[in-house]
Ligand binder design. Structure first.
Ligand code: GDP
Ligand code: PGA
Ligand code: MN
Length: 617
């Protein structure tokens, strides 16, 4: 077995072909790959070239191994279904760590652990963790290869599912190796599902380990992920690199890595505006990214649905790119009546995870159609009927698909220089208190708003769904450093912008509910009506009313043509109750205090001003 000295020796010398790219920077990469291989002892090493043929072969192999189900090509060409282990369905925030040298640099909102301590814990777990498996080496670029805002990394992983997902979500291949060869710095990411195979062992359909560690080393720009195959824990380019590590790089280099969708909105006159919006996981980013306006003359082009990197330009504007190349979206609730663009995007070449399987070999999830099919196989592989009394698809079931397949993707979505932002929106899922839309009076007030975002928990991470938690800038699980320093960094970036060219900041809430528990706002395509108001504010063509929490629309200024929103609902949508807001202000103070004096004074001043306005209201 794998523990005999002979087997150990064989495992220590994995087979594989080295890439042909040469250059000075490649030596460090080879040394690192050799080091990880010596630790994890894979049977083979496969340098991923990102070609279509390689992708095909990896998908076929996963089908042969029972890890993917090929969907009926008549309905869903080139598409697959993965069923995860029932315990490995979402990001595991309690197992996610920031291992900065100083505890203060991780801050109270992160799980901090000393780098030496966590290395001593995880190194033994990685020892031999890839035995019997292939170790894939995946060079990837976030942002167009070679772009001025782009960054590169390498993931080693023993999961073919991760490789095929990374291939959709990022730009993979030899052109990245050429950059490494040229000496461009790269982020090191290591992933193992933590399920070594002894000779003769039967592999699981979804190998994973009960013990999970998602560890970030911000000083050495490394991510080590053990035990999980779930996208957010396994596609390390995404939340781990493009948010947690990139936020630290951005702090040091003067830019922002944000949990934001990115769109271009074109008004009836043909004028284009760029909007970025930060909402917590499963709070509407992908939907807004693919908005189909219900008001005539307006168009939205998709640029990104989850992550945006923002950098002040020489022109005093804030420029944004979507560093990703695909969408890893929540399936449930995505349907013809809510997000037809997403449904059209998923016509083929999609990897689905934890959705239900139809008898005809296509997929289904709650909300895809109004009526559920009579018979399904649920996400755990069990027979299901509408009478089963449980969801057929997991609430956090996902689709992974290339951005290029989106029918309304902007033609220039991967332009290396990005787009200049006109507006930034912050939002959350709030049944009470927070109005449909509020405009910040200036950048500092906007940063104050962002720092105060709270949202009801969703199925995107483990935890109690519905519980209200603070999620500043929708970055609570994703900021790789002390959030008080992050607030200060936002203020500093604002100072780099020309006051008349900085994006205007707004808070939105699609999820306010009436006392009867129903959503007060129709949402989805009708969110264009809120965008319309926002853009007319930017243009200066519409007024606003001051409220203690910021500027609100006059309801007569909202374009509500073609929908019925009762006046009572409108009043409730924009109601600002001073008593509840004063209670929230107390919670804000309590939250700020957890940072032990690190929160910028400008934000305490905003808090004092808010209380003053509320007390006089
Ligand atoms: P993301 O994880 O932030 O990208 O969120 P999604 O866009 O995938 O949406 C998450 C959930 O929120 C889905 O169930 C959507 O149907 C729902 N959702 C999105 N936008 C709206 C909206 O405007 N109103 C309501 N009521 N639900 C929405
Ligand atoms: P999302 O993030 O929920 O914001 O789409 C994906 C994830 O869970 O990693
Ligand atoms: Mn999404």
């Amino acid at each position: 077995t794998a523990s005999t000295p002979a087997a150990h020796a064989a495992a220590a010398a994995p087979t594989g072909i080295r890439p042909t790219v040469t250059g000075e920077g490649m030596a460090a990469l080879h040394a690192w790959v050799d080091e990880i291989a010596a630790l994890t002892q894979p049977a083979r090493i496969h340098w991923v070239d990102g070609s279509a043929a390689e992708n095909e072969a990896l998908l076929r192999q996963q089908v042969d191994e029972g890890k993917l189900i090929k969907l009926n090509p008549e309905w869903r060409p080139g598409s697959y279904l993965a069923r995860s282990h029932p315990s490995d369905v979402a990001r595991t925030e309690a197992r996610t760590f920031i291992a900065s040298e100083r505890e203060e640099d991780a801050g109270p909102t992160n799980n901090w652990i000393a780098p030496d301590e966590i290395r001593a814990t995880i190194t033994p777990l990685f020892e031999g963790s890839m035995r019997g498996r292939t170790m894939y080496v995946v060079p990837f670029s976030m942002g167009a290869v070679g772009g001025p805002l782009s960054h590169i990394g390498v993931q080693v992983t023993d999961s073919a599912y991760a490789v095929t997902s990374i291939g959709i979500m990022t730009r993979v291949g030899a052109s990245v190796l050429e950059q490494i060869a040229d000496g461009k710095p790269w982020v090191k990411t290591v992933h193992s599902v933590g399920a070594p195979l002894a000779p003769g062992d039967q592999d699981a359909a979804w190998p994973c380990n009960d013990e999970k560690y998602i560890v970030h080393f911000p000083e050495t720009l490394e991510v080590w992920s053990f035990g999980s195959g779930y996208g957010g824990n396994a596609i390390l380019a995404k939340k781990c690199f493009a948010l947690r590590i990139a936020s630290v790089i951005g702090r040091d280099e003067g830019w922002l890595a944000e949990h934001m969708l990115l769109i271009r909105v074109i008004d009836p006159a043909g004028k284009a505006y760029h909007v970025a919006a930060a909402f917590p996981s499963a709070c509407g980013k992908t939907n807004l990214a693919m908005l189909r306006p219900t008001i005539p003359g307006w168009r939205v082009e998709t640029l990104g649905d989850d992550i945006a990197w923002l950098r002040p330009g020489d022109d005093g504007r804030l420029w944004a790119i979507n560093p990703e190349a695909g969408f890893f979206g929540v399936a449930p609730g995505t349907g013809e009546s809510t997000n037809v663009t997403a449904v059209d995007t998923l016509w083929g070449n999609t990897i689905f995870t934890n959705v239900a399987l139809r008898p005809d070999g296509d997929v289904w999830w709650e909300g895809l159609t109004d009526e559920a099919p009579a018979e399904l196989t649920d996400w755990e592989g069990k027979p299901w009927t509408p009478a089963s009394g449980r969801p057929a698809a997991h609430p956090n079931s996902r689709f992974t698909v290339s951005a290029g397949q989106c029918p309304q993707i902007a033609e220039d979505w991967d332009a290396p220089e990005g787009v200049p932002l006109d507006a930034i929106l912050f939002g959350g899922r709030r049944a009470t208190n927070v109005p449909l839309v509020v405009e910040a009076t200036d950048w500092t007030h906007g940063v104050f708003m962002g720092s105060n975002i709270s949202s009801e928990r969703t199925a995107a991470a483990e935890g109690l769904v519905g519980e209200l938690r603070r999620d500043p800038f929708a970055m609570l699980p994703f900021c790789g450093y002390n959030m008080a320093d992050y607030f200060a960094h936002w203020l500093k970036v604002g100072q780099q912008l020309r006051f008349d060219r900085a994006p205007r900041i707004f808070q939105v809430n699609w999820f306010r509910k009436g006392s009867d528990g129903r959503f007060l706002w129709p949402g989805f395509g009708d969110n264009a009506r809120v965008i319309d108001w926002i853009i007319r504010r930017i243009d200066g063509s519409v007024g606003a009313v001051d409220s203690p929490v910021g500027r609100l629309p006059r309801t007569e200024d909202l374009n509500l043509a073609g929908i019925e929103v009762p006046q009572a609902d409108l009043d409730e949508l924009f109601a600002v109750d001073p008593a509840s807001w004063l209670a929230e202000a107390d919670l804000t103070e309590e939250f700020y205090r957890t940072f032990g004096g690190k929160v910028p004074a400008a934000l305490y001043a905003e808090l004092a001003a808010l209380r003053y306005r509320l007390q006089r209201a």
